[in-house]
Design a protein. Structure first.
Length: 208
């Protein structure tokens, strides 16, 4: 991820709200880095494609990017935007797409954008590598969360695939919030300034 962030210009020096998850991390970045976070998925696809041609087992990532206000805090945070990001990242509709593609083509990167992240960065024309026509619309329902999201899978148009699976049943959430990260190889990133109420864009990753 560090190489991808450096390549696309994510301001990693301004990263805040950082906490490790064992197999990934949670972090917040300046709002100005939102387009670069999304374009980083394109860079990761190229790197993973070349790596998977030479090595086994193949590696794939599932990414999610969200935009919403968040407070800068020390340590772990279960603020509502982080929970929403987790719902995007772990939605059964996204997992079902990966399963349906498993026997048809290798999946390197699945990138899910919230409606706000898509509207702010992609639809407004601020991204360089991934543009509006690269994404497919996907309604995500996960527990209490429902949103029309936008998904990029290299070379795949979701409208050509069969309908996705039904939502996963609700699971208990830990005290003080929800489980933000649930297994796999994943991490979450956020975008915002370093003080006060901030607008954040969230990046999550995990193995498909």
């Amino acid at each position: 991820m560090s190489e991808a962030f450096d390549h696309t210009g994510v301001d990693t020096a301004a990263r805040v709200n950082y906490s490790g998850t064992g197999d990934g991390y949670l972090a917040a970045f300046p709002e100005s880095s939102l387009p670069a976070l999304i374009d980083a998925a394109h860079f990761l696809h190229g790197r993973l494609y070349l790596r998977n041609r030479r090595s086994i087992p193949a590696i794939g990532l599932r990414l999610a990017v969200h935009a919403a206000p968040i407070r800068v805090v020390d340590g772990d945070s279960f603020q509502r935007p982080m929970i929403e990001l987790a719902r995007l990242l772990d939605a059964s509709a996204v997992k079902d797409v990966v399963r349906r593609l498993a026997d048809r083509r290798p999946v390197t990167v699945v990138t899910v954008l919230s409606a706000q992240a898509f509207r702010t960065a992609v639809q407004a024309g601020h991204t360089s590598r991934l543009v509006k026509h690269d994404f497919s619309r996907l309604v995500i329902t996960n527990k209490e969360f429902e949103e029309t999201s936008w998904v990029w899978i290299p070379g795949v148009v979701l409208d050509s695939l069969p309908a996705t699976a039904s939502p996963e049943p609700a699971a208990p959430t830990p005290a003080g919030g929800a489980q933000v990260i649930n297994g796999g190889v994943q991490g979450t990133g956020f975008i915002g300034t370093n003080s006060g109420p901030i607008v954040n864009n969230y990046l999550g990753r995990k193995r498909p």
